[in-house]
Design a protein around this ligand. Structure first.
Ligand code: FES
Ligand SMILES: [Fe+2]
Length: 392
């Protein structure tokens, strides 16, 4: 069922007035309403990567915005991550400017103390603590080096829905991970990850991607909460991340799950020439695999115009050491920076011409399918909590 954006029409009308006034910055905002899903259409009933485990500590708060909700994160005295809305209920100062104490987090404006459950336990100079004096707390899971947050309905937060990533501390994979910020709407990053036909053009040097990456169409199948995408690039040079096989002619098999809200979990196998035929273009025979790499990438929408891209590269634990994974991470980081340059420039062009339609091509079918999934999942946003000012 298609959701009707009740906000769009007045905004589009306002756009006409703004266009007449020539206000380019405001026109850019109209684009979000017309062409991009509103931040309100981000599916909230999903696990989002909100931080690297190493960023969330017991000594000071860590601020992050997920789905346009400002969050503050810290570790409690048991070492467990706590995630709250980054807004004190008193006079709405950010708690991320606060102080972590044994009992919770203290707002450093007028000193209200909130326990890990978000309930205010102390108001300096006041005995009575109103029952409304509580900050929203979000379900959180720490897994494989990332802190995952569920910004939607807490009663729907289910650990079983956490994507099975290939990332830090994974029993089978040795990994390295990092992140990259974009001045771009999350959908542009997702589109990029759903269409690898850009590889020879954007990553011709960094990944050494052959022209076949642009012409071979992958198989795209629907699965619960996302897509399954697989392809063979037969009889072509291996990517630069293929370790000892980089640049050598092989058959490359690549398969990934792409799940809401924008999590890619991928395996790439560089195989002997002829493997694609032997496997009937299905998953490669283990005896044909020469090099196998893993990866997870997660797009987190921060605001309508900013996104954080978390990524991890991996190799099977028994095959090589950390230096090799770090080397692959370096190659990937260079390539992802190439994506960032292109996507941010694309965003700038979009901002300047908010009425211009995109022209889908044959390589865009995964994008079209995932858009439909986003629409399906993106309807359950809760109204933002409106904290009442607690008078002291
Ligand atoms: S705004 Fe937080 S204590 Fe006043
Ligand atoms: Fe790319």
């Amino acid at each position: 069922m298609r959701r009707v954006n009740i906000f769009a029409l007045p905004v589009v009308r306002a756009a006409r007035r703004l266009q007449a006034s020539g206000n380019a910055a405001d026109n850019a905002w109209i684009f979000w309403e017309k062409r991009m899903p509103l931040i309100a259409e981000i599916p909230l009933n999903c696990w989002f990567v909100a931080a690297s485990s190493r960023d969330v500590v017991a000594s000071h708060p860590f601020a992050m915005t997920v789905a346009d909700i400002p969050l503050v994160m810290y570790r409690n005295s048991a070492g467990m991550p706590v995630v709250m809305e980054d807004r004190c209920v008193h006079r709405l100062a950010p708690l991320s400017l606060g102080r972590i104490e044994a009992a919770g987090i203290r707002c450093m404006y007028h000193g209200l103390l909130f326990a890990d459950d978000g309930i205010c336990r102390e108001i300096p100079g006041q005995d009575l603590i109103p029952t409304k004096a509580r900050v929203r707390v979000f379900p959180v899971i720490e897994r494989h080096g990332w802190i995952w947050v569920w910004p939607g309905a807490p009663e729907l937060a289910d650990e079983k829905l956490l994507p099975r990533t290939i990332a830090a501390d994974h029993p089978e994979w040795l990994t390295a991970q990092s992140s990259l910020d974009y001045d771009a709407n999350f959908r542009l990053l997702i589109d990029n990850l759903l269409d690898f036909s850009h590889l020879p053009f954007v990553h011709g040097k960094s990944f050494g991607a052959d022209a076949k990456w642009a012409t071979v169409r992958p198989s795209v199948k629907r699965q619960p909460r996302g897509l399954r995408i697989e392809r063979w690039i037969a009889d072509a040079p291996a990517l630069a991340s293929a370790r000892g096989l980089a640049g050598q002619i092989c058959d490359t098999w690549q398969g990934y799950d792409f799940l809401v809200p924008g999590v890619l979990i991928m395996e790439t196998c560089y195989c002997k020439v002829g493997s694609a035929e032997r496997a009937s273009h299905g998953r490669p025979e283990p005896s044909d695999i020469v090099v196998r790499n893993g990866a997870t990438q997660a797009v987190t929408a921060m605001t309508p115009t900013t996104s954080r891209y978390f990524y991890a590269t991996a190799i099977p634990r028994e095959e090589a050491g950390q230096a090799m994974v770090d080397q692959i991470l370096d190659v990937s980081a260079k390539a992802f920076f190439e994506d960032k340059v292109m996507i941010e420039a694309q965003q700038q062009r979009i901002n300047r011409s908010p009425d211009t339609e995109v022209m889908p091509s044959a390589g865009d079918n995964a994008i079209t399918m995932f858009n439909a999934i986003l629409r399906e999942f993106g309807t359950a946003r809760q109204p933002p909590s409106r904290s009442k000012i607690v008078m002291t």
